[in-house]
Design a protein around this ligand. Sequence first.
Ligand code: ADP
Length: 533
Amino acid sequence: MNPKDFQLNINSIFPSSLWTSGNQEIVYQDIKRYTYREFYDRVRRFANGLVNLGVKPGDKVAVLDWDTYHYLESYYAVPMIGAVLHTVNIRYPPEIIFYTMNHAGDKFVIIRDEFLPMVEKAATLFDFVKGWIVYSDTDEEIKTTLNPYYNYEHIVESSEPIDPPDIDEKTIATLFYTSGTTGLPKGVTFSHRKLILHAQGLAMSISYSPLNITEKDVFLGLVPMFHVHSWGVPYLAIMTGKKYVLPGRYDVKKILEMIKNEHVTFSHMVPSILYMILTYHEIEQYAKYLNGWKVIIGGAALPKGLAKMAKSFGITTVGAYGMSETCPLLTAALFTDDMQNLPEEEKFDYMISTGKPAKLVNLRIVDSNYKDVPWDNKTIGEIIVRAPWLTDEYYKDPEKTEELWKDGWLHTGDLAVVDSGGYIHIVDREKDAVKSGGEFIPSLILENIISEIPEVGEVAVIGRPDPKWGERPIAFITLKSKTTKEKIMDELFKFVDTGRIQKWWIPDDIIFIDSMPKTSTGKIDKKDLRTKL
Ligand code: ADP
């Protein structure tokens, strides 16, 4: 590689990061604590070990784990040698896990001992795998019937640190599969260049947001590392020299303990995780450690009721939007000067909105003729995008790729309006949209408003087929405290009186449920709710 032609590859993160933050810490629960320098040393040893095992450039290397330091090491070691990191969604049912690994053609698998029994049961199906690399949180000897089996720690101990090759930035670094809310999951791939530029875009967006992130902030990510690279935070954190806390399998008590003990100040998650934390039965005991916590919420709209609950603990929440296909960052509730002078309530509404395009994201909201919608807060269009970090393809699926990239724009399938200040508000997903009497009822706006009713916990609005109107909205609700359908309806009519919703948006029925069904990535599962109609 010509040294003047600097390659934006994963290894390019380290020289400056080690120089400025070599003693910075990476912490995994109360099990492991080490510096960036020690981390990099282990990454290079593991990378060399993988080469010695026979991992070749382009080979797919899968990981099955929760959010651990072994996973973080693999995030760097696998792409560092030109191989492709496949982050397997371990919340899929086993047959879908097998489907994605088979589809990817994973040659090697890095796996936490906890997942061995699931794989061992179906070992003969995995004949495409050439080696299983296993680790455990304990020092006990690992026993497995998988063959050939290698011990992760032995590989690290017995290998010399690799001198990282200068990988071409266009080389594919990662592969993972979408949640498969409709049909089988689809694979998306990202090059080194895309990951580096995405981490930079994310860093810029955070610094322009009301979160005001500095080098003193301590990160604890709560988006699983198997899901869209935990939104790129494992690369962002190391690039920007932050103390990085890895929570393992999500357990609210443990998360709260880590927030307390490690002085966590910054996290990111989907709304339902924040809801789970704030409604934890011992939350009052931890309340003082949450004061000042800065949280990016994305993956689904941030309901105002939840943002207000967070505020009552002194937590600042900021909305962001993206999807698996987009690495994921597309928008964030960016902090512009005009926002500073707004009344508090209005500022709050903008901070929980879909926000504005992140730097370098070319985002449009268009009608079916590609005409941009006016900034009138009411004309609905589809969000289409171009940006430096979008997936080029659905892996091995040219037909779906063509649909995704129709006419040279990545089609998100998300419907949105823009207000006069340029803030985007997603009103629905095309496939979830409720169409009543030929008009859209924006289910996300309706959910947002219902979430403000104090007794409401979580809410989802979906369309029920209706002979007269085509579809009518139905609200599924979990309760924080007792109330009745009639009382909720009364509240909704008050929102009609104040002009926040239209009368015909009011759901035909309210169905109380004990808990919301969630997808493998922790979002409310509307597909499942439809089966309950
Ligand atoms: P899944 O399809 O399982 O939800 P993704 O994580 O790729 O998997 O989901 C991306 C989708 O989530 C987006 O297309 C959009 O519909 C929704 N989404 C993400 N962020 C937001 C947000 N801030 N507001 C509203 N919807 C969002």
